[in-house]
Design a protein around this ligand. Structure first.
Ligand code: SF4
Length: 147
């Protein structure tokens, strides 16, 4: 037996799809677009690592109002983690309406904590999630608030 067979590579860390740019392994997941239904995420074909140059592209505007970021899940260092699950993902699925009826073309899926935990139901609501809420709906506030 080869060493690779006896010592399989560890699974890659799970990623949070609504993260802050300064978090570990952060990437730009997509760009927020204004639509008649509110802000919606338009996925980048491939998530891009966060760099100072990339953040500078938004000028005076907070990059979180333009981009949505993903980063390594902080687990017990995050207020939404209960020791096993992401309660934010659970609340999003319970509270928010479906935003789309087909899975978004998302390259994060193999390592996304929300997808791993909630499956397709998380993806169908993911486009309407805005990390930095400016004018949140009551449902958004409820979903974002730890209980
Ligand atoms: S679309 Fe699904 S897999 Fe992609 S970031 Fe959103 S919840 Fe995760």
């Amino acid at each position: 037996m080869s060493e690779a067979e006896t010592n399989p590579a560890p699974a890659p860390p799970l990623m949070c799809p609504s993260a802050q740019p300064e978090m570990e392994d952060s990437v730009v997941l997509g760009v927020l677009e204004n639509t008649s239904a509110g802000q919606r995420l338009a996925w980048l074909e491939k998530p891009q690592p966060v760099t100072l140059q990339l953040l500078a592209l938004t000028g005076e505007v907070d990059p979180r109002q333009i981009f949505r970021f993903a980063a390594r899940c902080e687990e017990s260092r995050c207020v939404h983690f209960d020791g096993q699950d992401c309660r934010l993902a659970a609340r999003i699925v319970q509270i928010l309406p479906v935003a789309v009826d087909a899975l978004p073309p998302c390259r994060l899926r193999p390592t996304c904590r929300w997808y791993q935990q909630e499956g397709r139901a998380a993806c169908l609501r993911c486009p309407e999630v805005v990390t930095q809420l400016e004018n949140p709906t009551a449902e958004m506030v409820q979903a974002a608030t730890p209980q």
